[in-house]
Structure formats: C-alpha cells, structure tokens
Design a protein around this ligand. Sequence first.
Ligand code: ZN
Length: 195
Amino acid sequence: MRGARKPAGRISARETIENTPRIKTHEMAWVKYKKKPGKIFPYAKRRYKQMVRFRGRSSRVRSYIHSHTPTGRKISSRPSAYDYALVFEEWRLYKTRKSHIIVISPSGKVMGYFSMMTGKRTKKLSRKTIEAIAKKLAEYDRLMNQKMKNNEKKKIVKEAKKLLKTLIDEKLLLIRTTPMPGFAFNKNKREFVKK
Ligand SMILES: [Zn+2]
C-alpha cells in the first residue's frame, strides 16, 4: 500500500546517522546520489576522531555529508576552512554543489545540518578563479593546524574570516542551518543549542 509508507528523508536519515557505531567519537561520511533522492548512503573510507576520509569523488553524487563529533563536552558544528575549500573543489571538478555537516551532540543526537552550497553566481566564475579560492581556503586550514604564535594565528583566522565573508556577501557561497526538532541554531555562538 503506497499511502502507508513512511516518508523518506530527514527522519530516516536521522535514524541511520544516530544508529551509526561510534557516532559520538568518530566522524562519518555519507552521500546523496543524483538519481536516488532523499536517501543517504555510507561513504567513509576511514574514520578518525576529528576527520573522515571520503571514498572517491564522483559526478554521480548530489551532495556530500559528514558528521562533526563533539570535542569533549563541546559541540563542534563549525566547518573547517578545508570543509569550505572542498565545496569549491567539488563544484569545479564534478559540479557537485552541496555539502552538509551533521552536528552531533555529546549524547549522540543529530542537532542539525550545517549546509554549504555554491551560488548561482559561482557558475560565472572561471575554473581558475574557483581553484584559487579553494587553494586559499585549504592553505588557511593548513596554517591554522600548524603550531604558531598566538598573534600569528589570530591574523590567519582574521584573514580566513574576511575571505569567507566576501564569498558569502558576493553570494558565491550560501550557508543554511537546519536545526532538528528540539534544537535551535544560536547565531551569536554559531552553534546548535538545545531549546
Ligand atoms: Zn568537517
């Protein structure tokens, strides 16, 4: 009976995610395929505590999804500069527009989706320009993960934030936050919080 079927999408995806082993401690990756809308498929090659390696990139993928695990008791929803870099690289190489981060609470619940997308205006940029943006973001990520003096690091963070702000203002990068029921996105903290 068709009408009795459970609606696909967020709810079932959420269950899949929350039932994933080690979801509280290890990042995980999934994809949505262009030809199979609504469903998510596991896509991790290797899982680490603060990182996940995806299987090969492909033009069949509609969007990439990965989880951010809490660091200790702290929620970790913020995309890394590398996460932003990949959005541009995936667009440049495979015309994949979307990438989502699933923010996991310390108790292993999905708090919300942090979505990053290239905008319509990104299509007008040359491949070279897109590559330059991705390279710059990846470079910031590499620098931020290096040991350096506090004021040097502050300078890098400031520069990276400035570039991100420009990308968002120019509508080359679109951000959307989607809290799950029971949670909200706090704009000042830039974190999902319990309601
Ligand atoms: Zn990430």
